[in-house]
Design a protein around this ligand. Sequence first.
Ligand code: NAD
Length: 366
Amino acid sequence: MTVTLGILREYVEGESRVSIVPEIIPKLNALGISVIVESGAGKGSYFTDDMYRSAGATVSEDRDDIFWSSDIIAFVQYPSSDDVPKMKRGSILIGLLSPEKNMGLIDLMDRQGVTAFSMERIPRTTRAQSMDVLTSQSSVAGYVGAVIAAANSPRLMPMLSTAAGTVKPSRVLVLGAGVAGLMTIATLRRLGAVVTAYDVRKPAKEDVKSLGAKFLDIDIEASSAGGYARELTDEEKRRQQEILVEAMVESDVIITTASVPGKKAPILITKDSVERMSPGTVIVDLSADSGGNCELTVRGETVLHNGVKIIGVENPAARMPVDSSRMYSRNMVAFIQLILKDGRIDRGSSDELLVACRVNDSGRVG
Ligand code: NAD
């Protein structure tokens, strides 16, 4: 085999996912890629060293050696700056690199001669679907949001008719109906909740209704390039708040997923709004990693304010690491195939997807 792929323990604290799971290794071998795994890399997602060995990978304790011998390095997130000097000139690093906050690290890789690809930059096109880590990981995040809400709410989600009387179903409001929001709605509907959802993109209305939820109509259309939302103007924000507050105070649970690419998440729930909610209301903020949709959100923590619980979920996809790692791995293998030609790294490739994801100038891939 001519190409070596390295799988390392994640550097970012609390990251339990692994970039490649054992079951994917035979597929990589069939592509002419040999795989070397740092011992314990799969521990957080319950994939043992023995599982990697049985699948055909080499397991090593020597992190430096893995960097040095790998042509392609796969991360879920990104390495540390101490790792970069150990990387081989001409190698390729792929991960969710958070380029907005990590430009220093990405420049360092450039100076080391390492080409960096950031999977957040995958375009949302039909051709790129198999590599779309944002979609696969957001789907898991949406599911996580619904189950956290169900486990933290003092109310049952479904309607129950029992000899002890009838229990009303929970009323849930979902703010942001993109990939994560739609998965949240689907999961809540399976639990029997009555769901209302809101998004600033009008096309989201049909998606919401197709899942059996009600769409909250506010006369604002903020679709932008690539199917994403744009930031609202101050006047639009004011109009949005007037209507949202009414829906919020009538809800038992609110799950927020709203975000605008490259920007801090919009504040949709102010402190004043929280103070108008009934005690026992639960807010699950799935946008906590990008600043949060609630003014009182603290990333990674649960805040109790006047009896309202505000849960700032950190890295939600990492809460279900077995399946999120599996999905991430499949996306990763599809992406790696773009880089290869006849079992070798294709340094002359100008594939548009590689160009979109490349975040530094080193090498000539893409
Ligand atoms: P995202 O994570 O960037 O944002 C989540 C949701 O928040 C979006 O639906 C957005 O409209 C919404 N939002 C932003 N500001 C808001 C505000 N102030 N109030 C309420 N909601 C707000 O989005 P995403 O889930 O990654 O999806 C982005 C787009 O990509 C969608 O149009 C989706 O349909 C599309 N998509 C396409 C493909 C494909 O074609 N292969 C795959 C996945 C997603």
